[in-house]
Design a protein around this ligand. Structure first.
Ligand SMILES: O=C(O)CCC(=O)C(=O)O
Length: 296
């Protein structure tokens, strides 16, 4: 996997492979603070005290709010009702994220749009996701698939691991082409897809990936997983991107977030950047009910 020495190489590595790893973006203190916040949030979710969850065995939203069959994720870390939301906001709007995203999207900070911040956790039972692209369903024709993959990239998506994590598996380069016949015909849970690579992260590493690279997740109930799963957009997103973001229900609470408090402990204007990014998401949400990207 590519580890760029120079931030300017991020964009080209991501373009070539469909993902790129930046090692050790967190200090030991930041790692400890985030682990504690995630432990508390996951405990609330498993106890049925946080309704926004990814439930087993469902891959795509919408998810029910009943955790009794187990969970594999906690949704809406920036929601004002989640006790640790300020810690998560500091992590979402952190300079190492903003700098990487502006580089990847080749834009200025004032064009960024707040999107999603979720937590992926160890499932209560072993669990796997089918091979998929996040916003292109499996039934499209090869020609349509090619066309959809040519759309300009208007967002960046990342996984930030708080424990070592090799659950995300991808086929490098597959974001640039339609599926091969072998990929189309493969079993949805194929364990040996040609060219597949497990994306191996150590605690504190972040991986940015194109969410239309062919990928899946394979999770063990015995291996601790706390991986922050975020995305940010750039102004000008199309209907498909609006659907990909708003299908998670973020539009229902984003206007209640107050990020101005972030300026109290930061001199880099994080609070006003966050408020501006929130405003651009609210503007996107005015489009109303945009439906869901995928079923299942
Ligand atoms: O678990 C992961 O890292 C990937 C999750 C994923 O593929 C998805 O949410 O669509």
């Amino acid at each position: 996997m590519t580890v760029p020495a120079d931030p300017a190489d991020l964009r080209s590595a991501l373009d070539r492979d469909g993902y790129v790893l930046i090692p050790s973006v967190l200090s030991p203190t930041q790692l400890e603070t985030l682990r504690s916040a995630c432990q508390r949030s996951a405990a609330l979710a498993r106890a049925g005290k946080w309704p926004f969850i990814r439930t087993l065995p469902k891959q795509f939203p919408p998810w029910p709010s009943d955790p009794s069959h187990g969970i594999w994720g906690v949704q809406h870390l920036l929601h004002p009702d989640l006790p640790d939301h300020d810690t998560f906001a500091r992590s979402y709007f952190a300079p190492h994220i903003i700098d990487a995203v502006t580089e990847i999207l080749a834009c200025q900070k004032d064009a960024l749009v707040m999107e999603l911040y979720n937590l992926l956790v160890r499932p209560d039972e072993d669990f796997a996701l089918r091979w998929h692209r996040d916003d292109i369903g499996p039934a499209v024709s090869p020609r349509e698939e090619e066309e959809l993959l040519q759309r300009p990239i208007l967002h960046a998506q990342w996984n930030l691991a708080l424990y070592d994590d090799a659950s995300l598996i991808a086929v490098p380069g597959s974001h640039k082409r339609a599926r091969t016949a072998a990929e189309r015909d493969a079993h949805p849970f194929e364990d040996d897809m040609p060219g597949q690579q497990a994306i191996k992260m150590e605690a504190g590493d972040v991986v940015f990936y194109n969410n239309n690279v062919l990928h899946r997740g394979v999770y063990s109930s015995d291996v601790e997983r706390m991986t922050l799963h975020g995305s940010m957009g750039v102004v000008g997103a199309d209907e498909a991107r609006a659907r990909n973001v708003l299908q998670h229900g973020v539009g229902e609470w984003v206007d209640q977030c107050d990020f101005t408090c972030l300026d109290k402990d930061s001199e880099n204007g994080m609070g006003s950047l966050a408020e501006d990014m929130k405003g651009r998401l609210i503007a996107m949400g005015r489009r109303g009910n945009v439906g869901y990207s995928q079923v299942g």
